[in-house]
Write a protein that binds this ligand. Sequence first.
Ligand SMILES: Cc1ncc(COP(=O)(O)O)c(C=O)c1O
Length: 468
Amino acid sequence: MHLKEKNMTLVKTWAEPYKIKMVEPVFMTTKAQRKNAIKEAGYNTFLLKSADVYIDLLTDSGTSAMSDRQWAGLMMGDEAYAGSRNYYNLEETINKYYSYKYVVPTHQGRGAEHILSQILISEGDYVPGNMYFTTTKLHQELAGGKFVDVIVDEAHDPENMFPFKGNVNLERLEVLINKVGADKIPYVSIATTVNMAGGQPISLANLKALRELTNKYGIKIIHDMTRVAENAFMIQQKEEGCKDKTVAEIVYEICSLTDGATMSAKKDAMVNIGGFLAVNDPDIHEKAQNMVVVYEGLHTYGGMAGRDMEALAIGITESVQDAHIQARVGQVHYLGNKLQKKGIPIVKPIGTHGVFLDAKKFLPHISQDKFPAQTLAAELYIESGIRAMERGIVSAGRNKKTGEHNHPNLELVRLTIPRRVYTQAHMDVIVESVYNVYKRKNAIKGMEMIYEPKYLRFFQARFKKLKK
Ligand SMILES: Cc1ncc(COP(=O)(O)O)c(C=O)c1O
């Protein structure tokens, strides 16, 4: 059953379609404690202890609240090593809501990215996509590929109000195909929604046109479907001709336009751990089944317990309900609109899984090489115990050839909202805290990186505050 109401729009008053049955206490620390904690963490919010955090906006990944049904699902776990009934239930659910025929479970999204990249990419290949994602791009590179950004230009401009900043620039893609040859492009990598652009959606029209173009050249589309329901909601709200479709219908249509997918089930599908890869091609499926036993586990559980597969199947069903997704995105927009009213520079239009502060505008006196977004995330933590994540020069890593920092246009701090976890009052506290930092922004200095790990440096890098 899809709970679609005709008049659900982003501007109407909404309320969460659930009531709270269990709570987890959170505690506020003192400013002195927080100053000490962030210094010990090398000014990297990933290295803070969760006990030292008041409102945790680091990520929406694995941090959502499961429903009573999902918790009940955990008790239905069939922990057989082979052929667990939960696997078949998950496969059926994925087939029903996402259209894909074959499923290989993995421990989380990057497990699926690893297997799919190794199967499809050869040394010297190009992988065009609608902006990079950190783990996705790394696995494409480790398999010998080169990621090429073919997202529309609007996506790189935080002020541009284009509603579908996740769209692919089809002309740029065709130029690349003609330049390197279709046989050097194993697939186009499409994310719904685009995380690094601020949670921005791709339109159905663009995806259909992309399907036509890729069909012409015999190129596959692989779908990073981590937040596909959120993308579908934005299509329902903003794309012409889509307002009478349910989110579930749009999700199915998006998936049907692609050849396969990798999924971090920790986001849309509201489980604490899990993921999968799903494809329609039996040959790719066979190869994936063979690889998963090397890196994750047997092909009917991959990296997941039976109980987790059951909770995931239920989470998928809940994630495509209109009432759920409206409240989820509605809360993000509530926060974004309030921040905008205070004059805080954020990425526009507001995306679906978080609000992204524009650190270049917030701290214009700090040059990108002094890590303004990293600095802002640390300051927000010191202010009130709110933990956010850098999505700028640190996340973008270094140029493989020159060894220089990549300099992305977007230098952002992501305030990511876990699903069904925080209340509107928490959103108000976040607004007040960000505004307090904004008022003292001129006194904030940048930082220097003092430790840099080889892969995905944003997770473990350490920093030192600059004196001037
Ligand atoms: C768009 C996107 N793709 C892939 C991933 C990787 O998934 P995981 O963290 O489950 O490995 C993430 C996680 O943050 C993501 O946001």
